[in-house]
Design a protein around this ligand. Structure first.
Ligand SMILES: C=CC1=C(C)c2cc3[nH]c(cc4nc(cc5[nH]c(cc1n2)c(C)c5CCC(=O)O)C(CCC(=O)O)=C4C)c(C)c3C=C
Ligand SMILES: [Fe+2]
Ligand SMILES: [Fe+2]
Length: 347
């Protein structure tokens, strides 16, 4: 008999905000060949020789500012989401795993298999596809399946950046937050990636040029183009909220190293908007479904500081979807559509 289950997968966090644990986490994360995509010798030199000797202390200090009593916000929020989704889809076990750290994909699959599951919906918790996020999860899960659970079937849930029901839920959460926070400019800030990642994921090998036109010119490359998918989220939410042209823009945050990353950078954009005289600014971060270091510290704290230093007055950050009820209901709907396709056709 077939039994279906779901594995939600997020990025992961250090065990604690102490430099030792942060170093261990960053070591695993940054040694992933889909995150720092250079030959092993160069990655080892860069990560173990340079980054792990310099970054963990500063990174740990940042984690200490946002850490909750229950643990890492990203983990705690993902656990709440998993519990709430489970309550909505009682017939199907829902497990949670992290790509890095101790809540491994292997443990998540084992948990489902122990409950009798033999068909798994693998759900990377990222709206946009990226080599450093979705792809690394899908590839690792398949390796683990082959090695440890060869008799189960895994179906990957694709990037959902342009699904109308996702855009509706995201837009509603932005609009609700902004009701109480009047703004002149809404910045859509996405996690950045090196430009090289975009070229590598281009299935046509010729479409992506990272110029002003390629992401708005239809192409099958867009199924795996992170930049296109981010720009689409901005466009669709702006359309839904009827934002005036010029009252919103897109930028990319969290760059690391000296390679060219997607432009424009969020910190410089905040500065530019402040210099242009914007006094009331709002930021939404749709590359993340759960609040985390990158939203709570880099945007809500550092971003705000940059804005105030340049003369800005009111700065607000839209919370991620986290365990919002409409988001939970949407995940439950997608899960049921997958698990019960004949019922989905009737809805
Ligand atoms: C080459 C480095 C990195 C790439 C590429 C990258 C892509 C990427 N990351 C996320 C989501 C998150 N990243 C987070 C933290 C984080 N990311 C990097 C580096 C790359 N990310 C580092 C070094 C760190 C650690 C923090 C730091 O030292 O600055 C997080 C937060 C995790 C948490 O514990 O809260 C998330 C989430 C996406 C979506 C993405 C590509 C699209
Ligand atoms: Fe990251
Ligand atoms: Fe493009």
């Amino acid at each position: 008999m077939n039994m279906k289950g779901i594995l939600l997968v997020n990025l992961g966090s250090p065990e604690s905000p102490n430099p030792k644990d942060v170093k261990k986490y960053l070591g695993e994360f940054l040694m992933d060949e889909r995150v720092i995509d250079v030959p092993l010798w160069a990655r080892t030199l860069l990560v173990k020789g340079i980054i792990l000797n310099t970054r963990p202390k500063a990174s740990a200090a940042a984690y200490q500012k946002i850490w909750w009593e229950e643990g890492s916000p990203l983990i705690v929020i993902s656990e709440r989401l998993q519990e709430k989704v489970q309550q909505k889809v009682e017939d199907y076990p829902v497990a949670l795993a992290m790509r890095y750290g101790t809540m491994t994909i292997k443990k998540g699959l084992q948990e489902l298999v122990d409950k009798g599951v033999n068909e798994v919906l693998l759900f990377p918790l990222y709206p946009q596809f990226a080599m450093a996020t979705t792809e690394t999860i899908v590839v690792l899960a398949e390796e683990i399946r082959k090695q440890h659970f060869p008799s189960i079937k895994i179906t990957d849930f694709p990037a959902f950046y342009n699904k109308p029901d996702y855009i509706e839920v995201l837009s509603a959460s932005v609009s609700k937050h902004l009701e109480n926070h009047p703004f002149e400019h809404l910045l859509f800030s996405y996690h950045g990636v090196p430009e090289r990642h975009i070229f590598k994921s281009d299935v046509t090998k010729s479409h992506c040029k990272i110029d002003k036109s390629c992401c708005v010119t239809p192409s099958k490359a867009h199924e795996y183009c992170y930049k296109h998918q981010c720009l689409e989220v901005t466009r669709l939410v702006a359309e839904k909220l009827q934002l005036e042209p010029g009252s919103y823009s897109t930028s990319f945050q969290s760059r690391l190293g000296f390679d060219p990353w997607l432009l424009p950078y969020t910190d410089r954009t905040i500065e530019r908007l402040g210099k242009q005289g914007i006094k009331n600014m709002a930021i939404v971060t749709p590359a993340f479904v759960s609040d985390c270091l990158e939203t709570l510290e880099e945007i809500a704290m550092e971003g705000q500081e940059i804005f105030h230093e340049i003369g800005g007055e009111n700065f607000t950050t839209v919370p991620c979807l986290n365990d919002d009820e409409a988001w939970v209901n949407l995940l439950a709907k997608w899960i049921k559509n997958w698990a019960e396709p004949s019922i989905a056709e009737l809805i």
